[in-house]
Design a protein around this ligand. Structure first.
Ligand code: FAS
Ligand code: PHB
Length: 392
């Protein structure tokens, strides 16, 4: 078996890379351990930066997003009983779009299958080898259990934080930077009318909460919990009660509309970067290379940026045989990755109540938020990071 670019993982990074390569006439094969149904049903991110929206539109993937996505021109931050709006358009001229990651994945899979892509779900025992040779190889079992060896020119490790590609890089070749947070998010998807047409981030003495949405009838909500939170101890009425307490703000914002909870889960928090994002002919993209706490809504958008850089570098390689852009892939991505890591860590540290924080540290958090709301420069800084920093 042979292909030009072997892609491990059919999340947003792997699928979008395959699509972008296809547009350049470059062949790829995508190998995914989960089923199509599982991948399409995995509820995760919700906010697309302007750059992500533009790329999806420019590459023919934006039709349903334009129809069903929700354009948001700002966000709200609530603390000390008051709600403050940060106006992205006024501060940056840009907006963001709320459109679930699982919807993006559905659109990508549909586009790839329509184009006749080599997209294999439910593979097993995936392993990568010969990474520092001109014929890096992916070994796997197909869904019928047959063994295959896929010889590639290049392998893209798009297999997420728990994948096999990053660990395949020889010891000593990677430097890992990591911070684990003593907190997590309990997230729900609920059939209830959103109470606000924009997101509300809440700093509350009981803990962080976030109001988001997916459509005029579907609300997405998160509340801070412990990293080892037992979801079984959170029946629906307890979740709603805690969300009502944390989101109950000033008089002009109505209380949450409750409704059937369609999905619930706990997401732990970490900041992580593996440097460099490449070894030999293996290139890591998305969560395989870096993780951000979801507070800054960056994870999915970073994956998109990585693969747009990688696709461009691969196009240059196949057009001219030059490795120059491929050799710069990691450095190009990491400059933006680290700025997103900084922003996500700042949003997380500022908006969450940390166990063990002293009263002084809590007052500093409130002062940070008070300064943010009193400073145009501080709001502009938050806004330009939230809508997405320039690619280069
Ligand atoms: P993904 O993890 O999405 O995709 C990797 C794919 O590789 C998966 O389909 C996996 O099944 C597959 N895979 C793994 N091992 C494999 C192997 N050995 N062989 C083949 N395939 C393999 N970001 C936000 O911005 N906002 C959020 O609210 C948010 N919530 C999140 C909640 C959770 C539970 C998680 C885990 C992440 C969340 N994120 C959020 C971040 C998330 O959106 C990621 O940034 C995004 O999925 C990154 O996409 P990929 O890099 O494609 O990785
Ligand atoms: C979401 O809608 O899922 C969402 C929005 C903003 C975040 C994280 C998640 O920071």
């Amino acid at each position: 078996m042979r292909t030009q670019v072997g892609i491990v993982g059919a999340g947003p990074a792997g699928l979008l890379l395959s699509h972008l390569l296809h547009l350049q006439g470059i062949e790829s094969m995508v190998l995914e351990i989960r089923s199509r149904e599982y991948v399409e049903g995995r509820i995760r991110a919700g906010v697309l930066e302007q750059g992500t929206v533009d790329l999806l539109n420019e590459t023919g993937l934006g039709e349903r997003m334009r129809r069903e996505g929700l354009s948001h021109e700002g966000i709200n931050i609530r603390f000390a009983g008051h709600t403050h709006r940060i106006d992205f358009v006024d501060l940056t001229g840009k907006a963001v779009t709320v459109y679930g990651q699982h919807e993006v994945v559905k659109d990508l899979i549909a586009a790839r299958l329509k184009a006749g892509a080599q997209l294999h779900f439910e593979v097993d025992q995936v392993g990568v080898s010969d990474l520092d040779t001109p014929a890096p190889t992916i070994r796997f079992l197909d869904r019928d259990g047959a063994e295959h060896a896929l010889v590639c020119d290049v392998i893209a490790g798009c297999d997420g934080f728990h994948g096999v590609c990053r660990p395949a890089i020889p010891a000593g070749r990677l430097t890992m930077y990591e911070r684990e947070y003593p907190l997590a998010w309990l997230g729900i998807l609920a059939e209830s009318h959103p109470i606000s047409h924009e997101l509300i981030y809440v700093y509350h003495e009981r803990g962080f909460a976030l109001f988001s949405m997916r459509s005029p009838r579907i609300t997405r909500l998160y509340l801070q919990c412990a990293p080892d939170e037992d979801l079984a101890l959170w029946p629906d009425d307890r979740i709603w009660d805690e969300l009502q307490r944390r989101l109950a703000g000033d008089e002009e914002t109505p209380i949450l509309q409750e409704g059937p909870i369609l999905q619930k889960g706990v997401t732990t928090m970490r900041s992580f970067v593996a440097e460099p994002m490449q070894f030999g002919r293996l290139f890591l993209a998305g969560d395989a290379a870096h993780i951000v706490p979801p507070t800054g809504a960056k994870g999915l958008n970073l994956a998109v940026t990585d693969v747009s850089v990688l696709a461009q570098a691969l196009a240059a390689f196949y057009a001219s045989g030059s490795f120059e852009e491929l050799d710069r892939y990691s450095a190009t991505c990491l400059r933006r990755v680290w700025k997103a890591e900084r922003f996500s860590a700042w949003m997380t540290s500022t908006l969450h109540r940390f166990p063990g924080h002293t009263p002084f540290e809590q007052r500093v958090q409130l002062a940070e938020l008070d300064y943010l709301m009193s400073s145009h420069a501080a709001q502009k800084s938050l806004a330009e990071n939230y809508v997405g920093l320039p690619l280069r």
